[in-house]
Design a protein around this ligand. Structure first.
Ligand code: BG6
Length: 507
């Protein structure tokens, strides 16, 4: 059956940072690549009073800034003609009545009756907005589809996430709720599934017989910046591990889904979360490190005696047939030496001919950002009359081949939500299991301070990270990488936009 993509997208939080930095630039990209349906329109809702003209002028500057290579005024004008700004107070029921009148008038003019409600607002407004959509009758549309896209944070623990979920499921069915985890739509994270299940050589070795350990790292160079108020009540465990890193873990570890349909994939991720060993009864110090960067407590809106972690390293075991005994080492942190995210698979060493021959284990690096690609490390004989081994690296540099021009994850997610494909969105059972796991760690500190190690800004993190890996090579492979693929040879892309896409021509 042909999918009905036509829709009116309604963004709550139209003046916010996410809308300016991610959503509108992504819609602009989808528009110029001819993916948006002809009758797409956008109603952006914010609390501030402004005209649509003023609003569009602000958006133009943001799109210019965030899509500099492909920005064309004439193409932005075409998209802008589909945008309208509407002022509304998120918790004022009378404002929703006015919104309903506006929506009805638009429908009478022939605008699409399919609705994508996007909540790009702070979490305290999630429930009021959804409740008001119902009370006002806006969410009561017999003649089209209605979907709810909801940003993180989805709760701050299992209890609050459950309460939020109870509220929104009174108004939207699970199948119509699209909970965002933007990591899942990153190009190389999508590629993990393909790499594993479309290559015999990897899937046959992807288990505890051949793999020594797996390292998942998502490191950031920036500190908390202007987000201190939010971050100080959140911390790295809730902000990054509960969602992005555990999703990466599940995608790396899941069994092959019977199809790539949304529920088949998400069922397999749920099975991984069910098999993750919880830390109850174990000594947490062997399994989790918390760090805080020097100067964090002086950041804006951060408590002077803050106990919030800006770095977490965790050793996780998945107690199933495939992974029993294989540690997954996760690390994420802010204000570190460099921004880098990758999954590194360390295979078991083999050394049938003695120590003179051993080099390194085979390593598979899946590079997520800033470079995208795959590097595989092999042991080979160095040419020469003396027997000597060296490590050779086989590179697939996706960034070089596709000119550092992968779509942003929001392009993929917005298009998926319009198509009705929820594969890359988080289902409630995934979310509840990941919160349960995080609660099992945080619950250990009820009333007691966690041991926080400070680390210098722009460093590799706290000292104890060095000895955290206690299997195989005993090292973090990402720290070993002192080179990055250089974008220097890549030509400027002004006219020559991309390798793979049809780009709309300026009329
Ligand atoms: C967000 C976190 O979900 O992801 C931020 O709230 C973090 O703290 C960001 O900086 C990282 O995303 P990316 O795509 O820049 O790696």
């Amino acid at each position: 059956m042909e999918k009905d993509l036509s829709n009116t997208m309604i963004i709550f939080g139209g003046t916010g940072d996410l809308t300016h930095r991610k959503l509108i630039p992504a819609l602009y990209q989808l528009y110029i690549k001819c993916y948006l349906p002809d009758d797409f329109s956008l109603l952006c809702i914010g609390r501030r009073h402004k005209t649509t003209e003023e609003y569009v002028a602000e958006l133009r500057e943001s799109v210019k800034k965030y899509t500099s290579r492909t920005f064309k005024d004439e193409l932005f004008d075409e998209l802008a003609a589909k945008i309208r700004y509407f002022t509304l107070n998120f918790d004022a029921p009378e404002d929703y009545e006015m919104l309903r009148v506006e929506i009805t008038a638009r429908e009478e003019k022939g605008f699409s009756r399919n609705y994508l409600f996007y909540l790009a607002v702070s979490p305290e407004y999630f429930s009021p907005i959804v409740e008001n959509l119902k009370a006002s009758g806006i969410r009561d549309n017999p003649s089209g589809w209605e979907r709810l896209v909801i940003e993180k944070p989805f709760g701050k623990d299992l209890e609050s996430a459950t309460a939020l979920n109870d509220n929104i499921t009174k108004v939207f069915e699970e199948k119509d709720i699209y909970r965002i985890d933007h990591y899942v739509a990153k190009e190389m994270i999508q590629n993990i599934t393909m790499l594993r299940f479309q290559n015999t050589i990897f899937e046959s070795l992807w288990n505890n017989k051949y793999i020594d350990n797996i390292q998942i790292n998502v490191l950031e160079k920036e500190g908390v910046g202007t987000r201190g108020g939010y971050y100080d009540h959140t911390g790295a465990l809730r902000d990054m591990v509960q969602n992005h890193l555990l999703q990466l873990l599940a995608i790396t570890a899941m069994e092959p889904p019977i199809s790539l349909e949304a529920d088949d994939v998400r069922n397999e991720k749920v099975r991984v979360f069910e098999a993750v060993r919880d830390y109850g009864g174990m000594d947490l110090t062997d399994n989790v490190i918390f760090g805080q960067y020097e100067g964090y407590r002086d950041e804006d809106k951060v408590a002077k005696d803050s106990q919030t972690e800006t770095l977490v390293a965790a050793k996780i075991f998945i107690d199933n047939e495939r992974w029993r005994g294989v540690p997954f080492y996760l690390v994420t942190g802010k204000a570190l030496k460099k921004k880098t995210a990758q999954v590194t698979v360390e295979f078991k060493r083999m050394n049938p001919y003695g120590d003179d021959f051993i080099k390194e284990p085979n390593i598979l690096e899946i590079k997520i950002q800033p470079d995208e690609g795959i590097t595989f490390h092999l042991n080979v004989k160095k040419p020469g009359v003396i027997d000597e081994m060296v490590t050779a690296e086989m590179d697939y540099c996706q960034s070089c081949m596709y000119l550092y021009d992968s779509p942003d994850s929001y392009e993929k997610l917005l298009l998926d939500a319009m198509i009705g494909d929820s594969t890359r969105f988080t289902r409630w059972d995934e979310l509840s299991l990941t919160w349960k796991f995080i609660d099992s760690i945080l619950g250990r500190f009820n009333g007691t301070k966690k041991h926080l190690e400070t680390y210098a800004v722009s460093s590799d993190g706290p000292e104890s990270l060095n000895s955290f890996i206690d299997s195989g090579s005993k090292k973090w492979w990402y720290l070993n990488r002192d080179y990055q693929w250089s974008p220097s040879f890549i030509s400027p892309l002004d006219e020559h936009i991309s390798t793979g896409f049809n780009i709309r021509q300026v009329p």
